[in-house]
Ligand binder design. Structure first.
Ligand code: CP
Ligand code: NVA
Length: 302
């Protein structure tokens, strides 16, 4: 593994190795035996969109590993004034040991990897959010057992970056994945093509009450993602009914956990009650961003 651009690029074994290392790093941090595995290494972090979790967990993660992270707002970089990605990639490769980037187009992330000579990590694009889903899978293993094979994940809502990565990650880990999305908001065609290879282990419906049946993990995400603020009203209409609420949870398996990448819009994609009754799992998921990303950093920069 040279980069983390999307989960489609990783084998099931590579994902499992990251999750195993993440468990190890989490345990080491908790029992005070953490080692500075990335001493003297520098990660550049380019942000074209806002972030709380991604920025803080990468920055803290690098510090805990003995390295450092540089926050690079796209507005302040020459990239924001039109310097091409291929030149930015070649320049940054001369200073840094790795780049994390959060942006709109997946092509930009792939371009950095293609033209630079250091590992590139996708910190969210419109297409996918691999770091988040590694943390989600780590959390699922903590609650449901090390093998996720045969467990059922249900995603309700927008077929967005989170849905795309959850489908790929879940299927690669042997899970059954069911999605409920409105007709005009399906996951990306590339992801649907990938999922089709898994036969009846994947299903897509417009009916949340169908997708939720016997789920072991219930996942949702905002109706309007970053960059879609202008579509808010139209989306509120389209996603009415695509909500994780008590009725939906009643259809899932007893002990079903809830995951939400955050930030959440309580009262929209998830009710206040479901969110707060599953806050433990959701904030464990947020914490696991730190551990899962440290594992990715050690694998790529170590
Ligand atoms: N879940 C997530 O990526 O959060 P941030 O947008 O705060 O980084
Ligand atoms: N789908 C959301 C995820 C935020 C972490 C977005 O892209 O805004």
């Amino acid at each position: 593994m040279k980069h983390l651009l999307k989960l489609l690029d990783l084998t099931s074994e590579e994902i499992t190795e990251i999750l195993d290392l993440a468990d190890e790093l989490k345990a080491e941090l908790k029992n005070g035996t953490a080692k500075p595995r990335l001493q003297g290494k520098t990660l550049g972090m380019i942000f074209q969109k806002s972030s709380t979790r991604t920025r803080v967990s990468f920055e803290t993660g690098m510090y805990q590993l003995g390295g450092m992270a540089l926050f690079l707002s796209a507005n302040d970089l020459q990239i924001g004034r039109g310097e091409p990605v291929e030149d930015t990639a070649r320049v940054l490769s001369r200073y840094l040991d790795g780049i994390m980037i959060r942006t709109f187009a997946q092509e930009e992330v792939e371009g950095l990897a293609k033209h630079g000579s250091i590992p590139v990590i996708n910190g969210l694009t419109d297409f996918c959010h691999p770091c988040q889903v590694l943390a989600d899978l780590m959390t699922m293993r903590e609650y449901l057992g090390k093998s996720l094979s045969g467990k059922k994940m249900c995603f309700i809502g927008d077929g967005n970056n989170m849905a795309n990565s959850l489908i790929v990650g879940g299927l690669k880990m042997g899970m059954t994945v069911s999605c409920a999305c409105p007709d005009n908001y399906h996951p990306h065609p590339i992801v649907l093509k990938f999922a089709a290879e898994y036969g009846d282990k994947f299903s897509l419906t417009s009916k949340p009450e169908e997708a939720a049946v016997k789920a072991d993990v219930m996942v949702t995400d905002v109706w309007a993602s970053m960059g879609q603020e202008g579509e808010k009203a139209e989306r509120e209409k389209a996603f009415k009914g695509y909500q994780v609420n008590d009725e939906i949870m009643a259809l899932a398996n007893p002990g079903c956990i809830v995951q939400h990448c955050l930030p959440a819009h309580k009262g929209e994609e998830i009710t206040y009650n479901v969110f707060e009754s599953h806050a433990k799992e959701i904030f464990d998921e947020a914490e696991n961003r730190l551990h899962a990303q440290k594992a990715v950093l050690v694998k790529l920069l170590g």
